[in-house]
Write a protein that binds this ligand. Structure first.
Ligand code: UD1
Ligand code: UDP
Length: 370
C-alpha cells in the first residue's frame, strides 16, 4: 500500500513522526513524505526532522509564507503533479493548518482516498483560520481519526457516517511519551538560568502565535499587562514564534516588551528543549493547540490565552484552563494556581502512546491490505 503523507507547519512534525515510524515497521507499506514548505526556518522545521528521526521529505514543495489564498493555492498547484506522479492509495493529512486543507482538497479532487488525523475538533469560532481548515478537511475525508470523544461527537452531529470515524488517541502524545526520557538530558533550563542570571525556584513558559492575539495591538497589550504582573513573581521564558516577533516590532510593542525585564524573549527552541521547559515549568501560558494537550500529560498547569478551545478534554480531565485575554482574568487564574488551587489532572482515554499503531492498522484494514 502506498501512503502519501503531508507535513507543512511545526505541529505537523510531532504528529507525523510516530506514523512514519509505524509504517517502517510494516512490510507492506510504502510511505512517501511531502513537506509543503509552509514553515521553513531551521527552528520551525529542519530541527524537528533531526530530533524526531523523521525521514527527509521525498518532496519539498517550497511554498513559504504568503497570504492564506496564495499559500493555499500555491500548495495545491505544486501538490497536484506530485499526486498524479505517485498515485498513492491514500493521502494522510494531519492537524488544521493551510497545508492540511490544500493537500486534502487536491487528493479528493483526484479521487484519491483521504485520511485526516486529528479530525473533528471544533472551537465553534469561525474567525479562526484553523476552524475553517478543520471543517473543510473533515467534510472531504474518507477516514477520520479522532483524538478525543468530543471530536467523534462533533463529526456525528455534522452528519459524518459513523463507519468513517475512529477514536484512536493522539499521535502527538505518542511522540511526547517516546521522547520524554531523552528530553531530561536537555540542559536548556540550566543554560537559560545562567544566560539570564535568574534566581528563585521556578519559572513560567509562554508561547503566543494566534493572529487574534498577536496581530491585534489591543489584545496583545492586554496580555502583556498581565505578564507584567506575573514576571514580578516568576521569570517568564518566551520562545517566540516568528509571527509574534514580527508583530512586536510592526505593532510598536518593542518598548513595552523590553520593560518586562523578567520576561525573556528567545528564538523558538527544539522539541526536546521545549519538552524539558514545559515539564519543569511551574505554569505554562499559551495560545497553542498542542501545548494545551502536552501540559495535560505532563500535569503542568496551563493557562490558555484564548476564549475557547477545540480540545475540551484538556479542561474536563487535564490541567488546562481557558482563561481568555482579559488582563485581570489572566492574573486571577495565575494567582489561583500559585495559591495551590489546582486539580490533579487525569490522562485522557487512549492517550497511551499507541495511536499511530491503531491508525496504521485501520488504514490496512480499510484499504484492503492485511
Ligand atoms: C500556522 C498555522 C497555525 C499553527 C501554526 C503553528 C495556518 C493557517 N496557521 O500559523 O494553525 O498553529 O502554524 O506554528 O496554517 N514565518 C517565518 N518562518 C517560518 C514560518 C513562518 O518567519 O518558518 C513567519 C512569516 O512571517 C509568516 C508568519 O510567520 O508570514 C506566519 O506563518 P504561517 O505559516 O502563515 O502561519 P502561522 O502563524 O505560523
Ligand atoms: N514547540 C517546540 N518549540 C517551541 C514551541 C513549541 O518544539 O519553541 C512544540 C510544542 O512542544 C508542540 C508544538 O510545538 O509539540 C506546538 O506547535 P505550535 O504551538 O506551533 O502549533 P499549534 O499546536 O498551536 O497548532
Amino acid at each position: 500500500m502506498k501512503i502519501l503523507n503531508v507535513v507543512g507547519a511545526r505541529p505537523n512534525f510531532m504528529k507525523i513522526a510516530p506514523l512514519m515510524a509505524e509504517y517502517s515497521r510494516r512490510d507492506n507499506i510504502h510511505a512517501i513524505l511531502v513537506h509543503t514548505g509552509q514553515h521553513y526556518d531551521d527552528t520551525m522545521s529542519h530541527l524537528f526532522f533531526e530530533e524526531l528521526g523523521i525521514p527527509k521529505p521525498d518532496i519539498n514543495l517550497g511554498v513559504g509564507s504568503c497570504s492564506h489564498a496564495v499559500q493555499t493555492a500555491e500548495i495545491m498547484k505544486r501538490f497536484e503533479p506530485v499526486l498524479i506522479g505517485h498515485k498513492p492509495d491514500v493521502v494522510v493529512v494531519v492537524g488544521d493548518v493551510n497545508s492540511t486543507i490544500a493537500c486534502g482538497l487536491v487528493a479528493t479532487k483526484l479521487g484519491i482516498k483521504l485520511a485526516h488525523v486529528e479530525a473533528g475538533l471544533r472551537s465553534f469560532d469561525r474567525s479562526m483560520p484553523e476552524e475553517i481548515n478543520r471543517i473543510l478537511t473533515d467534510i472531504i475525508s474518507d477516514l477520520l481519526f479522532c483524538t478525543e470523544q468530543a471530536g467523534v461527537d462533533n463529526l456525528l452531529a455534522e452528519g459524518v457516517a459513523s463507519e468513517k470515524i475512529h477514536l484512536v488517541g493522539h499521535v502527538m502524545i505518542d511522540t511526547l511519551l517516546s521522547h520524554l526520557k531523552r528530553s531530561w538530558q536537555s540542559t536548556i533550563v540550566e543554560d537559560l538560568w545562567r544566560q539570564y542570571c535568574l534566581d528563585g525556584d521556578g519559572f513560567a513558559v509562554l508561547t503566543l502565535h494566534r493572529p487574534s492575539n498577536v496581530d491585534d495591538p489591543v489584545v496583545f497589550s492586554r496580555i502583556l499587562d498581565a505578564l507584567n504582573i506575573i514576571q514580578k513573581d516568576l521569570p517568564i521564558l518566551f520562545p517566540a514564534h516568528p509571527r509574534t516577533r514580527k508583530s512586536i516590532s510592526s505593532l510598536g510593542l518593542q518598548a513595552k516588551v523590553e520593560r518586562l525585564t523578567n520576561l525573556h524573549l528567545m528564538e523558538p527552541v527544539g522539541y526536546l528543549d521545549f519538552l524539558k521547559l514545559q515539564a519543569t515549568a511551574k505554569i505554562v501560558l499559551t495560545d497553542s493547540g498542542g501545548i494545551q494537550e502536552e501540559t495535560t500529560i505532563l500535569k503542568v498547569p496551563c493557562i490558555t490565552l484564548r476564549e475557547n478551545t477545540e480540545r475540551p478534554v484538556t479542561v474536563s480531565l487535564g490541567s488546562n484552563q481557558v482563561v481568555g485575554t482579559d488582563t485581570e482574568k489572566i492574573i486571577a487564574a495565575y494567582r489561583k494556581i500559585t495559591s495551590g488551587k489546582f486539580k490533579e489532572p487525569q490522562v485522557p482515554p487512549l492517550w497511551d502512546g499507541h495511536a499511530a499503531e491503531r491508525i496504521v492498522s485501520i488504514l490496512e484494514e480499510k484499504l484492503g491490505v492485511c
